[in-house]
Design a protein around this ligand. Structure first.
Ligand code: SF4
Ligand code: SF4
Length: 222
């Protein structure tokens, strides 16, 4: 899932303090799971903003809506009839949702209420860790299911770098060396042959040709 973290309230207040009709817009997907932008966080942020405006002696309207998703036209349409009632939107979706929202309603300022961090997993409640950088050419089949792009500090496709000590990365004694993990896992799977495979440097001219990437699936297009 996409993991996000809450923005400091001071930063959000600084962005919206001059508006008087605000919509705080949550998302029911990833940001709900990582407890940064779901219905609960929308309620807390909206209440905090109301208290702020009250403390400043300003009359302000702060409404709350949480959509199923903000990265989908279909769900964003649900607020079309009310969007003109607001001076600005604080979106608690990931950066994708914020941008999609801003594109769809380009007459209304849309501001991010969270910091989008990475693609990760829930280790336990309150702890999320990175697992994927969406590189577009997945090599997990050959690396024992451990991603060197997101888990090696140097993003090495052919490791280790020689800096690891006792299985830990040279950047920190707290962080496992991803390539040590890969070798250990391949060993335990009896697949050390996969370690012999040399990966070519990623060709970002094609992987990232022209900037933002696009996936086109003709088989599912309407
Ligand atoms: S290799 Fe790593 S970054 Fe690339 S798609 Fe696979 S898991 Fe994601
Ligand atoms: S010590 Fe391991 S994880 Fe750290 S940069 Fe080197 S290969 Fe990557």
């Amino acid at each position: 899932m996409i993991v996000a973290d809450k923005k400091p309230i001071e930063e959000i207040i600084d962005i919206v303090k001059d508006f008087r009709r605000l919509l705080v817009l949550g998302c029911n997907e990833c940001v709900t799971v990582c407890e940064a932008g779901g219905k609960k966080e929308v309620g807390i942020l909206a209440s905090t903003l109301r208290m702020y405006f009250m403390s400043q002696g300003h009359e302000a309207r702060v409404d709350e809506v949480t959509l199923e998703r903000q990265c989908d036209h279909e769900y964003l349409e649900e607020i079309r009839n009310v969007i003109d009632q607001y001076d600005a939107v604080v979106s608690l979706a990931c950066g994708v949702g914020v941008q999609f929202m801003a594109e769809k309603y380009h007459d209304t300022p849309v501001y991010p209420g969270v910091n989008t961090c990475f693609l990760g997993a829930t280790e336990q409640r309150g702890i999320w860790t990175e697992r994927c950088q969406a590189c577009g050419q997945c090599i997990l089949a050959y690396t024992g299911g451990i991603c060197p792009v997101s888990r090696c500090a140097k993003r090495l496709l052919n490791g280790p770098c020689g800096g690891s000590t006792n299985g830990k990365c040279e950047i920190s004694k707290e962080i496992d060396c991803a390539w040590q993990l890969i070798i250990d896992r391949l060993k335990s799977l009896g697949r050390l042959d996969d370690y012999e495979k040399i990966f070519a440097i990623k060709d970002w001219s094609t992987d990232r040709a022209g900037g933002p990437r696009k996936v086109v699936r003709e088989d599912v297009q309407i």
